[in-house]
Design a protein around this ligand. Structure first.
Ligand SMILES: [Zn+2]
Length: 187
């Protein structure tokens, strides 16, 4: 289906059933979850969590990366602070996924030499490489470690660490296996 045909179908078939919900959302949003995931087209946060408009505040980028605060990545930083300080979300989920191209690139950074912006971006997770056994580690190990690293970076945001310490905010690490629909919840 083309995008415009999709919009038309949404407006004629689905929107009328959801109109009341959207009218309610005109008053404002109060999502309980900040969901940080990859830009990969195979990941659909609302579908996989069965959430409705108004429930997920979302950050997406290649590799679901959270650069450390103060590194000039204002898009991610400002959005996290808005979610935590203003919207007062109750949880942040970092959701990696199977077959992630960004993590594949991270595990083989030299393959990105001709794509310097992408290399610099995924390189923000370069600490993942130190945590893997270069002989025995798999892409899945890299995907898990990448999620854990982003949770650590989140805790470097004073607002996040304060809210976590006050038990007002919970951090969760997930890996979504889109081919099976399974979500792996990391410790
Ligand atoms: Zn990905």
């Amino acid at each position: 289906m083309t995008l415009s045909a999709g919009v038309e179908k949404f407006n004629s078939e689905l929107f009328p059933e959801m109109e009341e919900k959207f009218r309610e959302l005109e008053k404002g949003q109060s999502p309980e979850t900040l969901f940080i995931t990859c830009s990969d087209s195979r990941i659909d946060p609302s579908l996989m969590t069965q959430t409705e408009p108004g429930e997920l505040f979302v950050i997406r980028n290649a590799g679901n990366i959270v650069p450390k605060p103060g590194t000039g990545e204002l898009s991610v930083e400002a959005t996290i602070l808005y979610a935590v300080d203003v919207l007062k979300v109750k949880r942040v989920v970092v959701c990696g996924h199977s077959h992630c191209g960004a993590v594949t690139g991270l595990l083989n950074l030299e393959s990105l030499n001709e794509l310097p912006e992408i290399k610099a971006w995924v390189g923000k997770s370069v600490e993942v490489l130190d945590r893997l056994d270069s002989d025995a580690s798999t892409l899945s190990d890299g995907i898990r470690e990448n999620v854990k690293l982003q949770l650590e970076h989140l805790l470097e945001f004073p607002s996040v660490s304060r809210a976590v310490a006050a038990k007002e905010l919970e951090l969760q690490g997930w890996v979504y296996h889109f081919e099976s629909g399974r979500v792996e919840f990391l410790d």
